[in-house]
Write a protein that binds this ligand. Structure first.
Ligand SMILES: [Ca+2]
Ligand SMILES: [Ca+2]
Length: 308
């Protein structure tokens, strides 16, 4: 094995001649990082002579492409678009693999990063199915591999330049009135959805249907009407055998008064037998149907949702 800092020049040659395993894991200097192989360390240090030597001696090509793909994602996260473009145009890396990762980079990315992903990313993204929620509901089998989707999820949320997740969907479930999920599309956000797991057997849903801070409550849109649709979600343990990933159970209209307070409405959660294929859970999807328009902005906000 070649252990530790990759040996250079003659030393590496000697080790390889002595049957060192060029693909074995070795020390990663980054705290908490996974083990790297010699070629990854050589690539990260730009040691082309050592890279060539290792490639000539049977380095697993998968390790090389994994390295470049990681570089590509990190370039996109760091907004190093020139480097990302080089990696793609030289055929070293592509935006394949983990679609969830692409989506996360897309959702958190700048306009330039998004443009790059639209140009080079998978068809689902370039054809406009731009969020995980839609992909899950579309029965995308690749996404169905995510046995535990990271709920809550929303079809959009407003991007704040300083703090990208300031208005993310989890802000409607953090018990803090001063934070809100805010939809992020142009206009009132009608049709935008927020999905969340429903645990246990709650009898009520309490919602604060606007921005939870008095000063900004009326300046933003408040929720007037919404639908709450419940889906049966099967946490698949076996291979995917159908595209029915979510099964619709019930749907009801909720109506809110224009007031900054918890508004308590009854919900009926059907009880379900355990599915043979895995655990069964219920997902609630709240869809914006009608709003009270904001005096300054047209972004619909929900400060809190509580099931009890
Ligand atoms: Ca909140
Ligand atoms: Ca809006």
């Amino acid at each position: 094995m070649i252990r530790g800092i990759p040996a250079t020049g003659n030393r590496a040659k000697l080790l390889i001649e002595a049957s060192a395993d060029v693909n074995s894991g070795c020390f990663n200097p980054l705290p908490g990082g996974e083990d790297w192989t010699p070629i990854e360390l050589a690539l990260s240090r730009g040691n082309t002579a050592l890279v060539d030597l290792l490639l000539e001696n049977g380095v697993n090509r998968y390790i090389v492409s994994r390295y470049y793909r990681r570089e590509l994602y990190s370039a996109l996260r760091g907004k190093k678009l020139d480097y990302a473009e080089t990696l793609v145009s030289e055929g070293k890396a592509d935006l394949g693999g983990d679609k969830l990762k692409i989506l996360q980079v897309y959702e958190r990315g700048s306009a330039e990063v998004r443009e790059f992903i639209r140009k080079h990313g998978p068809a689902a993204i370039s054809t406009g199915v731009l969020n995980l929620l839609d992909l899950l509901f579309a029965g995308d089998t690749e996404f169905a591999e995510y046995v535990a989707p990271p709920l809550p999820l929303a079809t959009t949320f407003l991007h704040d330049k300083k703090n990208a997740f300031r208005y993310a969907p989890d802000k409607a479930f953090d018990g803090d009135l001063s934070t809100s999920w805010v939809e992020g599309i142009e206009g009132d956000g009608l049709g935008q959805r927020l999905a969340f797991f429903i645990e246990g057997n709650p009898k009520w849903i309490s919602i604060v249907p606007g921005y939870g801070v008095k000063k900004y409550y009326k300046t933003n849109n408040r929720l007037k009407k919404a639908t709450l649709t419940l889906y049966k979600y099967v946490r698949l343990l076996a291979q995917i055998d159908s595209k029915t990933f979510f099964e619709k159970l019930t749907s009801e209209q909720l109506e809110f008064e224009d007031a900054l307070k918890y508004q308590k409405l009854p919900v009926t959660i059907p009880s379900l037998p355990v599915d043979q294929r895995g655990g069964t859970e219920i997902i609630g999807v709240l869809e914006i149907i009608e709003v009270y328009p904001g005096t300054k902005w047209d972004d619909t906000c929900i400060a809190e949702i509580r099931l009890h």
